[in-house]
Design a protein around this ligand. Structure first.
Ligand code: C5P
Length: 217
């Protein structure tokens, strides 16, 4: 079977990473969560109390890596859970607008794809990072469904959540990601759109896998 690059773009909380992880596992591909990389930069900014100019100056100090069990390391420290916190989530779209930050991360993302056999999810993976990839998906779901899933995820981790706040955060992040100048979230022409509003995880995986298997034949 040929190795390919599988791209999954889409708005916040559309289930991309859950599905991408399962698909990577089934295909025995590497999974790269590009959003986690932007989250690492946001966490670094918070922890070092930097403004955007200072952050850009220090960008080369920021080393991000992923392990095979999907842990994320920022300068050798496991930040897998920390990068999901509210503070990081609230500033990540702000830092993701910056072209220097995007260029720094896009270069690393493209390096991960050199040998193919990779699933990467994000916002600009099909448009900027791997525009010539043969397998591209755009994953959508209604804001209400996405907020409900995120709410249930937080509650099931034993944390407190406010559904309306989550809804507002998702809408705000979608707006910022879709309307920024640099690499906005778009559905590229050759991406296959999958609306997961009424699909379970298994149904979504099966749908994507049947398309992938046709394309890697
Ligand atoms: O996917 P996730 O919600 O973790 O991404 C966090 C943020 O990182 C997004 O809201 C977006 O602003 C930014 N991002 C991006 N380009 C990507 C992936 C994420 O701008 N490829």
């Amino acid at each position: 079977m040929k190795k390919e690059i599988i791209v999954i773009d889409g708005p916040a909380a559309s289930g991309k990473s859950t599905i991408a992880k399962i698909i990577a596992h089934q295909m025995q591909y590497m999974y790269i969560d590009s959003g986690a990389m932007y989250r690492c930069i946001a966490l670094y900014k918070i922890e070092h109390d930097l403004n955007i100019e200072q952050l850009i100056k220090q960008i080369n100090e920021i080393k991000i890596c992923f392990t095979l069990d999907d842990k994320v390391y920022l300068n050798n420290i496991d930040v897998t859970n920390k990068i999901r916190n509210k503070e990081v989530t609230s500033i990540v779209s702000e830092i993701a607008k910056e072209s220097e930050i995007r260029a720094y991360l896009v270069k690393q993302q493209q390096a991960y794809g050199l040998n193919k056999g990779i699933v990467m999810d994000g916002r600009d993976i099909g448009s900027v990072v791997f525009p010539t990839a043969k397998i591209k998906f755009y994953m959508e779901a209604s804001v209400e469904k996405r907020a409900k899933r995120r709410y249930q995820e937080i509650i099931s981790n034993g944390d407190q959540a406010d559904y309306l706040n989550i809804c507002e955060d998702i809408k705000k992040r979608d707006y910022e990601d879709m309307h920024r100048l640099n690499s906005p979230l778009i559905k590229v022409k050759d991406a296959i759109e999958i609306d997961t509003s009424n699909l379970s995880i298994d149904e979504t995986v099966n749908k994507l896998m049947s398309i992938i298997m046709e394309k890697v034949k």
